[in-house]
Design a protein around this ligand. Sequence first.
Ligand code: CAA
Length: 258
Amino acid sequence: MSEYETILTSTQGRVGWITLNRPEALNALNTQVMRDVVDAAEAFDADQGIGAIVVTGSERAFAAGADIKEMEALTGTQMLLEGHFAPWSRFAGVRTPVIAAVAGYALGGGCELAMMCDVILAADTAKFGQPEINLGVIPGMGGTQRLTRAIGSYKAAELILTGRQIGAEEADRIGLVSRVVAAAELLDEAQRTAETIASKSLPSLYAATAALDVARESTLAEGLRFEQHAFAALFDTDDQKEGMAAFREKRAAAFRHR
Ligand code: CAA
């Protein structure tokens, strides 16, 4: 039996897969899903045999948001005392590159979960949105901040204030996703992209995801300072020596740490 109640996990080569598995609730993100996803992502992150992680849902829903039925009766005091969504920051802090493979609904917390990932691959059936305003609340898992940084203030404001859903084509046009693929191709394409990433040197992947996080979270000056340090630090790795020697010798790099 799987150690997780609400997700399925597997590995394919150096790629770790996390599949949300609450079909009866369109993968709504309750406390147990949060615990399972965070624990599984951290377990893959601690495994140097894994060079990329894919998070996905079903054909119908990546995730239809935080679990409204679980949240409905909570008070603000409880939310503050329990730090209701706080464990998601551990997911966002995973160093291994994470790809969200999104088909169907990615609404509210589902859209926010996708935006915590490094790469978002969208099926042409994907539907994104922040409908919290229709529930008398606002996004609570990072949506007001990450969506604004991803697509800009005015586009984010319109989506957050109206609750309008957008399709994959519009999400691609406004920069919310990395790429759109045919729904039937989504999982294969996610595996292929993850394999490409996982074939690189782990120290450079970790440095890249950390630098991308800083870019998403800080000013340009802070980001550039971080990038310079991370770039310099990689010159003390044997994989940098190997990668550059391989280029000079016109051969494929044989990275030690992958
Ligand atoms: N929480 C709890 N249950 C949910 C859910 C959610 N976010 N989304 C769907 N479900 C449940 C439904 O209640 C339904 O269960 P029952 O059969 O027991 O009634 C089941 O999943 C199937 O859903 P529907 O019958 O509604 O399916 P549909 O195809 O008619 O509609 C939908 C699909 C448009 C996605 C609709 O389910 C919907 O609007 N869901 C809620 C979307 C939403 O508001 N998300 C934001 C949540 S708040 C949030 O995420 C806060 C935050 O920032 C962290």
